[in-house]
Design a protein around this ligand. Sequence first.
Ligand code: SDX
Length: 435
Amino acid sequence: MLKKNTITLKDNSTGKEIELPILRPSEGTPTIDVRSLYRELGYFTYDPGFLSTASCRSSITFMDGENGILRYRGYSIEELAAKSTFLETCYLLMYGDLPNQDELKEFDVIITHHTILHEAFKRFYSGFRRDAHPMAIMVGVVGALSAFYQEENDVHDPNCRLISAHRLISKMPTIAAWSYRYAHGLPFMYPKNSLDYSSNFLYMMFATPAEDYTPDPVMVKALDLLLILHADHEQNASTSTVRLTGSSEANPFAAVAAGIASLWGPAHGGANEAVIRMLMDIIESGKDVQHYIDRAKDKTDRFRLMGFGHRVYKNYDPRARIIRKVCHDLLKNLGANNEYQQLFDLSVQLEEIALKDEYFISRNLYPNVDFYSGVILLAMGIPLNMFTVIFALARTVGWITHWDEMMQDPESRIGRPRQLYSGELTRKYVKLEKR
Ligand code: SDX
């Protein structure tokens, strides 16, 4: 009778065999539990980039890369994008279920009433040059939050973890909007409790003390949708960074600041900004699209088709499909001669050519979440260097929910990977005069 839930590993150099447990997921790829491997067989596993390695057990988000499926707590991203709001999605991710009306109202009141920053935060901004990248400001200011909440920073106390989560979700729009205002020499706008989450952010970004300002409801809806689509994505680089940082029992503000730093990279959350810069370069160069497709395929050229490819999705990123439709409708709403249409049309052309090209097809390279999102953000009046800030604003709920799940996980321990050492063998020290 075959044992169904183990895998036999035989070391052919010694003939020794061990049985490793197979851990079955509720859905998706089963995993081999290798925790006893070193003790029983004296080996590490080698997996740079963690292509085949599960770092944890999680019930927050499910992704099926082969079929382009994304679900938050079991709800499809398509349904949440069509029917939910970002605040409701935050509740779903944090608490595991959709809220009823009273729960959502209570959550809304909590989040709305934590949006104000300590006045001393204003001085942090004035320490930066005006041309500082807003992500540099975000890393600094979010990390500094830990200096203002020292009394509630017991990471093993669920109440401290909850208030920190509320504070981060509430304050990120204020911190983000102020980084924009500072860069443009504009007065900081305080949040208004009468506005919903996304309206409040656009208000703090674009309002002026000199007159009343009401955010465009079309833009508010588009932003709220983008925030839903960016809220979580399983164990991506920045979420894994938050988990690894938090595994040392560092405070959640420091862990999220580390996540912001990781997200900033153009291979990750910085790709939305890099896509628009790529499109603008293509337009400015006057060269045809095929020239850039050929560059993306040329191994001697560092150029990549930004917004294309994904570690997990080997099919169309479901978020990109939704964003492309929203982008198309938004630009239609702006009228035919809007200044962003050329960027969108170029994106569609790039996609069409790439998806017929053997290089992209054979490597399962499709548009990802970043390929079309930048055009929407530009149409909202959001400047290029704020794109990844918006991504960080949305992903904060995912980061803090994974951090909280890790802090409750009895199997969780400090993250400390091993290595395949390739350095020198023992050497004797030689005196300077003898070298
Ligand atoms: C995000 O992990 C997440 O979930 C991230 C994210 C989230 O919500 O948190 O989804 C957000 O980060 C989306 C990805 C944004 N990044 C980009 O758009 C940058 C461009 N894409 C790539 O750099 C790349 O596709 C990655 C980083 C996204 C994925 O890299 P992998 O999984 O390590 O794949 P790889 O680099 O090993 O590529 C496999 C092959 C290679 O060619 P070969 O060695 O097989 O010949 O595909 C090629 C790569 O050269 N390739 C590309 C390419 N992406 C991969 N070639 C040209 N253009 C590209 N964009």
